[in-house]
Every structure is written in C-alpha cells, then in structure tokens.
Design a protein around this ligand. Structure first.
Ligand SMILES: [Zn+2]
Length: 431
C-alpha cells in the first residue's frame, strides 16, 4: 500500500508524467460536500455561460478568460452566492478554463480552423447531465497509509495499486456508477531502461484483429476482444427497464444506476484487455512503430464504425504512448493516410486499387499475394528505413503523395458483411 509518496520538489534531467486512479471511500459528510460542490460547479458554469452570452449581446464582444475568472471571484462575494467560496478554488479555476476552451473550440469549429466533427455551442447543464469533476491542487494533498488528505475534505480513505513515486501535479475527483474516484497525475523520474528482446516491431491496427505485429521475423496477431454479448444483451434489458420507469422516480434512479454499473463493468473488461495487450507489446521491442489511424474518419464511415469502437483503437494507442514513455521505449507514429496498406511489402510498388476493407490482394507488379494486415505491419516495420523499390524511388517518397488525405474510401458491401461475420465468429471466452 501507499505510504508517504509525496516527495520534495525536485527536477531531474528526464521526468515523465504518470497517472493513477484511486478508488475513494468518502464518509457521509464528505460525500455530501462533494455532491454539493458538483452542484455548485454546475450552478457556476450555467451562470458564467449566461453572462458570456449576455456580454456578447450587450458589449458586442466575447469576454476574455480573465473576465470569466473575475466574474467567479465576484460571485463569491455577492449576496446570495457566498457559498461559492466553499468550493475548492482550483475546481473553480479549472471550470473557467474548461468553459473558455469549450468556447474557443466552438468558434474554431465554426470558422473551420478546427478540423473534424462540428463542435456545438457550450451547453447549459441540467441536473441529470453528467456531473462536474472536482479538481483539487496538490498543496493540501498528502498520502499516508490508505488515507489521502484533500483540501476542504480532510482525510479520505482510498484504495489503489502502487502509486507512482513522485510529485503530485493535480487530481480530479469524480463519481461514476455511484462510486468515487480520484484521477491523479504525478511527475516522476524516467525509469531505467530494460533491454528488449527485439530491436523493432511494426504494428498495424486493424479491423479484423486488434493489432498485427511484425518483428522482422514473423507475424503475431493480437485478436480483437470479441463482442461481450452476454453483457451487451443484459445492458439492453437494463436500458429498456430504465426507460419504462417514470422520470425522477426512485425506481428510475435505481435502474439508471444498474445501467451505469454495467457500462462500467464492460468498459473495465475492455480496458483490462487493452492493458494486457499493450504491456506485452511494450515489453517486446525497443522501437515500436505504429500507424495512427484516423479513428474519427473511420467513425464517419458507418459500416466500420462499430468494429472501430469495439477495437477501442484510441484507447490502445494512448496506452502504447504512455507505456512506451514509462519503459523508455521509442514509439514511432507513422502518419495517417500513408498508404501502408496499398504498398507491396515485397517489391515496394504502389497498388492504388487496394480498397480499405479488402482483406487479401495481389500485387500487380510482382504478383505477391498479401494479407492486408500482414502487409501493412511489414510496411510499418520498414517505415523510415531507406528502402528502394523497383522504380528507384524510396518507399517513403512513394508514400508522400497524400492527395487522398482525409478521404475515406467506401467499403464494398460484400466485404463489409464478411467482416461482420468474422467479427461475430471470433468471440472470446468472455462473451
Ligand atoms: Zn509487389
């Protein structure tokens, strides 16, 4: 268990950030404080948002972040809202930050400066919306055996694995399925490097399998976690039950909690699976090359969005990133839309006709038969190395003709159906 983990301020040459999630066990009084703060933050959010739009109408301009912060400080002294001073100061500052960011994202999305899906106007938050997290600073935070001291809350019981040994930078307290958690970020010394068994691997994140790994010798496939069908059927049942019950009733609240719990359980199974897979990968090689696919682009293409969500590609990549940093491995992210799936890994020639979703193809130049994922993993493995193809160009230069950037080739209907069928067949033991 964690004993006094907070060390003194020190900066060494290489520091990394590590995150840890603690399960909190606040007592009745602490729970009511936390809930009061969450409600208070909602009130402040709505009040500031209201002022933002009023200010635009009256002054003809948007308020600055400093003005928003000043507004909150002013509310602490205003008659009727003095209770705002009771909310941890850091939580209020973060709220102003978040609101400002939400506005900027919205503006940039409107003006086209920000790519990707349209971002809507920051919303007023209702009582039944997602509750705000309470951000807390480190100054008043300290850990002792099984207890964490938090600003304005006092000692709170917690449970966690080994906490990172380092300086606590920030923590966020939130509630999920009626359980309380604290997500904390620590600044730690970079760990000693352990020698990896293999120098380099290339990873293709696929539709069929979660990841296809090429280590220069052979291919290893990390299967997708199959549909958690039993859980998902139960989830549907719970959701139906919830929707039948009268809004605002106790029975509905109970049903809602059951849905939230099951959601959390499913998410945990997926997370656990990704954790195991990424730890294995990071342990296996010194340099890890991975293609950062346009996950958002995939989601737009409805026929593959389901399998993308299932594969939890974003979560997987994120874990790879921080685990590689912890272990002192280098992670090379091969840019998206480099047509790794269209280049023959045998001869290096470009096959423009290969379509996303087709699992097997024949190279037009050398006649090699490729498995889509295996071929991509080999290309990613070779990425960055000077490799000449038959026409004398380096493979890299052949890849840079990214005129199709952002475009998603349509998935042929027949192939989609095959993909879905194989996905169903590969249910794992958990399903
Ligand atoms: Zn070829």
């Amino acid at each position: 268990m964690a004993s006094s983990r907070l060390t003194t301020d020190h900066m060494s040459a290489s520091v990394i950030k590590r995150a840890a999630v603690l399960r909190l066990y606040p007592n009745q009084q602490q729970v009511s404080s936390l809930r009061r703060w969450q409600g208070g933050l909602r009130y402040v959010w709505n009040a500031v948002l209201d002022c933002v739009f009023t200010s635009r109408d009256i002054n003809g301009r948007w308020p600055t972040k400093a003005e928003m912060q000043a507004l909150i400080v002013g509310m602490k002294k205003m008659e009727g809202t003095e209770w705002i001073a009771d909310i941890p100061a850091h939580a209020l500052l973060t709220l102003a930050d978040d609101l400002y960011k939400a506005l900027v994202n919205w503006f940039n999305s409107l003006s086209g400066k920000r790519k990707g899906p349209k971002i809507s106007r920051p919303r007023f938050r209702g009582k039944f919306d997602r509750q705000f997290s309470v951000y807390m600073v480190n100054q008043n935070t300290s850990f002792s055996d099984g207890l964490v001291r938090l600003p304005k809350l006092g000692q709170v019981k917690f449970r966690a694995g080994d906490l990172p040994a380092g300086r606590l930078l920030s923590s966020r307290v939130y509630r999920e399925a009626n359980k309380w958690y604290m997500a904390s970020i620590f600044e730690c010394d970079a760990p000693e490097m352990n020698a990896a068994p293999v120098e380099c691997i290339g990873i293709d994140m696929g539709l069929k399998t979660l990841a296809t790994v090429f280590d220069g010798q052979g291919i290893r496939e990390v299967p997708k976690l199959g549909a958690l069908r039993r859980h998902e059927q139960r989830l549907k049942r719970y959701q139906r039950r919830m929707s039948r019950r009268v809004k605002g009733s106790n029975r509905r609240t109970k049903a809602k909690l059951a849905v939230a719990r099951l959601h959390q359980r499913i998410a945990n199974i997926r997370k656990d699976y990704a954790h195991k897979a990424t730890s294995d990968i990071v342990a296996s090689a010194q340099t890890i090359k991975v293609e950062t696919l346009n996950v958002k682009g995939w989601a737009k293409n409805r026929s593959i969005s389901k399998s993308t969500a299932d594969a939890s590609v974003g979560m997987f990549l994120n874990m790879l990133r921080y685990k590689a940093a912890w272990a002192g491995r280098s992670l090379v992210e091969v840019g998206q839309w480099e047509p790794t799936s269209k280049t023959c890994s045998d001869c290096g020639s470009h096959n423009a006709t290969v379509v996303l979703g087709v699992s097997r193809w024949v190279c037009r130049a050398c006649g090699a038969i490729h498995d889509r994922d295996h071929n991509a993993a080999k290309n990613i493995y070779a990425y960055g190395e000077e490799r000449r193809n038959v026409t004398g160009n380096t493979v890299e230069s052949a890849w840079t003709g990214g005129d199709q950037a952002g475009e998603i080739p349509p998935v042929p209907q027949v192939e989609t159906r095959i993909l879905k069928r194989t996905a169903r067949k590969s249910n794992c033991a958990l399903a």
